[in-house]
Every structure is written in structure tokens, then in C-alpha cells.
Design a protein around this ligand. Structure first.
Ligand code: FMN
Length: 360
């Protein structure tokens, strides 16, 4: 297998194995959650430089489920128009494009909404404890995801991705730390833990049709790899076409050890998922992929189907061309300054240099 080999996800042909991982911009959107010119140019540039599949950043399905007041949204019809511009800009260069849908749940900040989730558990915000969602609230929130997916389809996206990792609402339902319920959305069985997202997947499939990609970026470990795989199996049963694998809330697995591989342990979660799902569901790995050689290694050894690139393509979109054709690129220096927060300007030194900005 080569990095430039196409792959078909559902019915969509992706021209190579390089995907742009979802990466939120805290200073691009305004309070109205609409797409701005900066978003369009940002994704257009990554498509132009040969990303095969772009996954647009975590996008809020409701104003209460945002990271902060400046968070991209798809909670109302008027927001879909701007997304058309992102889709057109990416399709123009032959990239497929999906959008990650998210609700922050118990990690919501008090200036946007109450911290609600599967259960009442301690939270870091001034509320100190989250509030347990009622069954009606669970159904209403599922509906928010479905409506956002319908808007995504109307904007021309090839599919959606549910944000099911990194401690946000879908992840909160599958983790025993944040889900203490014993009802049908509770922690007692894999089916119940996965039910919140599985029902969303089933409904999106019904509303958006058989060809629409439904991906989940799932926790590769929760609290261990084997239970995370059992949960992903539930998503697949419901109709998920593509798994991207990252981290979850709990990490308790003695089977995960550094074995001298050229990729890190988080990336190895994707490799473990690929071992399990190979030939059935395409799997992507992520994390620490800042070197073209490692990306090629993962694909050429058929350890995963695609690789998610985050900081490497934030620092320089030409990273994809470096993987594909040894083009020159500016390497991410792993400074972590791109992990900026609400109210702060983008701080990647490589990106700033390229754009002629002096943000330091
Ligand atoms: C600036 C920034 C924003 C991010 N936003 C998201 C996001 O919206 N959704 C998501 O699932 N992960 C998000 N992540 C995590 C990345 O997708 C990725 O998993 C992580 O950066 C590790 O990959 P890397 O080593 O290639 O950067 C973000 C990471 C960064 C640096």
C-alpha cells in the first residue's frame, strides 16, 4: 500500500491516505458561530496542498454545547450557507470533506451553557458539579446532532464525524468516570454505553441516506483498548463507516507498552483498532505524526487505512506534499503553542512566519 493509493469510504473515493484531523480555531468564528473567510481560506489551502480528506473542526450542534463564545456552529439553518464555501473550496482541489459535530456536555463553560451530561459528577467550572440529563434531554440533544448533520448534508459535505473522544459529551457517555447511570444509557453494558451515539448514527443514516459518510472519532482506550473496541463495534452496527481513533477519559491498560515502534502509544491505539476492524471498517490513527517517514511507514506496512494529521498540517499544509513527493516543508517544532484557547490569537510560529505575521 502506498500513501497515494485511493481509498473508498462508503461510496466516496479519497484520493490518498492523508486526512486533516479536526482542529478547532478559537479566533476565527464570532459569537454567531458562522463560517468566516479565514475558515474558508484555511481549509482551501490544506486541500490545495493534497490532503485527501479534510475533517473540519469540532462544530457545535447547539450554542450551549460550545467550547466558548467563538466556536463554529451548525445549530441553525442560517449557518449552513457559510459551510457551502468551505465544501466548494475543498472539492475544487479534489479533497473529500466531512465535518466534526460536537457537544461539550459537562465541559461546557458557564458563559455558554450549563454543564449537563450523563451524570452528576465533579466538574472544573464554578458549577462544581454537572447535572444529569433527563431522558427527554438526551433525546433532544441527539436530535441536535441529527439536525446539524442534515444541515451539513445540505451544505454539500460528504459526511459528518461525531466527536466521540477527548472527554466531550459522546465520550462522557462511554466513560465510567462520567457516566454513573444504570438505565439504558448507562454504564452496565457496551450497548448502553454506546447507545447515545449509536441512536444518533441510526437517525443520521435514515435522514441523510446510505451514501453519506458517518464517521466517529472515538476514544481508543476507555478505560482499556478492548472495551473501547467493543464500543466502536456498537457504532459500526449502527452504521458508522469510518473510525478515527484518539484518546478518551480513562487510560488503564497494561497491554499498552512502548515497543520501539516509530509511532507513539496514542497512535498505536489506531493500529490496534485497525488489527481488529481490517477489511470491515477503515481506521485512522493520530498523534505525533510530524515526520513524513512515520506517516509513510504506517501506510506502507498497512498498519492503518489513513492517517490523521493535525499540527503537521497546521504548521505547514505542504506537509502532505512532503509525504507524497518529498516536497520541502516547515516542520512543526512540537512547541504546543497552537493549543491556544478562547480569546487568544493563533500562535503557531511556523504558520505565523509563513503568513508574514509577527504574533510574538
Ligand atoms: C489547535 C488544535 C485544535 C484541535 N481541535 C480538535 C478538534 O476540533 N477536534 C478533535 O477531535 N481534536 C482536536 N485536536 C486534536 C487533534 O486533532 C489531534 O488529535 C492532536 O493534535 C494530536 O495530533 P498531532 O500530533 O498530529 O497534532 C486539536 C489539536 C490542536 C493542536
Amino acid at each position: 500500500m502506498r500513501v497515494n493509493s485511493p481509498i473508498t469510504i462508503n461510496k466516496t473515493v479519497i484520493k490518498n491516505r492523508l486526512t486533516m484531523a479536526p482542529t478547532v480555531k478559537f479566533d476565527y468564528a464570532e459569537d454567531d458561530g458562522k463560517v468566516t473567510e479565514r475558515h474558508v481560506e484555511h481549509y482551501r489551502e490544506r486541500a490545495e496542498h493534497e490532503c485527501g480528506l479534510i475533517c473540519v473542526e469540532a462544530t457545535a450542534v447547539s450554542p450551549e454545547g460550545r467550547f466558548c463564545k467563538t466556536h463554529l456552529g451548525l445549530w441553525e439553518d442560517s449557518q449552513a450557507e457559510g459551510h457551502k464555501a468551505i465544501v466548494e473550496a475543498c472539492h475544487k482541489y479534489g479533497a473529500a470533506v466531512i465535518i466534526q459535530l460536537n457537544h461539550t456536555g459537562i465541559t461546557t463553560t458557564p458563559d455558554v451553557g450549563p454543564a449537563i451530561g450523563p451524570s452528576a459528577v465533579p466538574v472544573k467550572t464554578p458549577a462544581k458539579m454537572s447535572r444529569e440529563m433527563t431522558i427527554d434531554e438526551i433525546h433532544e440533544t441527539q436530535e441536535l446532532f441529527v439536525k446539524a448533520a442534515i444541515r451539513a448534508k445540505s451544505a454539500g459535505y460528504d459526511g459528518i464525524q461525531l466527536h466521540g473522544c477527548h472527554g466531550y459529551l459522546i465520550n462522557q457517555f462511554i466513560s465510567r468516570k462520567t457516566n454513573l447511570r444504570t438505565d439504558e444509557y448507562g454504564i452496565l453494558t457496551y450497548e448502553n454505553r454506546a447507545r447515545f451515539a449509536s441512536e444518533i448514527i441510526t437517525k443520521i443514516r435514515e435522514c441523510c441516506g446510505p451514501d453519506f459518510i458517518i464517521s466517529v472519532r472515538t476514544a481508543g482506550i476507555e478505560p482499556n483498548v478492548s472495551s473501547a473496541i467493543s464500543i466502536a463495534e456498537e457504532y459500526v452496527k449502527a452504521g458508522c463507516d469510518y473510525l478515527q481513533v484518539s484518546t478518551g477519559i480513562e487510560w488503564e491498560d497494561s497491554s499498552l507498552k512502548e515497543r520501539g515502534e516509530p509511532y507513539n502509544l496514542i497512535c498505536s491505539l489506531g493500529v490496534r483498532f485497525h488489527d481488529h476492524f481490517a477489511g470491515r471498517v477503515p481506521v485512522s490513527c493520530a498523534n505525533g505524526l510530524l515526520d513524513p517517514k512515520t506517516v509513510r511507514y504506517l501506510i506502507e506496512h498497512e498498519l492503518v487505512d489513513t492517517v490523521d494529521l493535525a499540527r503537521a498540517v497546521l504548521a505547514d499544509p505542504a506537509f502532505c506534499e512532503a509525504v507524497l513527493n518529498n516536497a520541502k516543508f516547515t516542520k512543526c517544532s512540537n512547541c504546543l503553542r497552537c493549543q491556544y484557547g478562547p480569546g487568544m490569537a493563533h500562535r503557531c510560529p511556523a504558520l505565523s512566519k509563513r503568513m508574514g505575521l509577527n504574533v510574538f
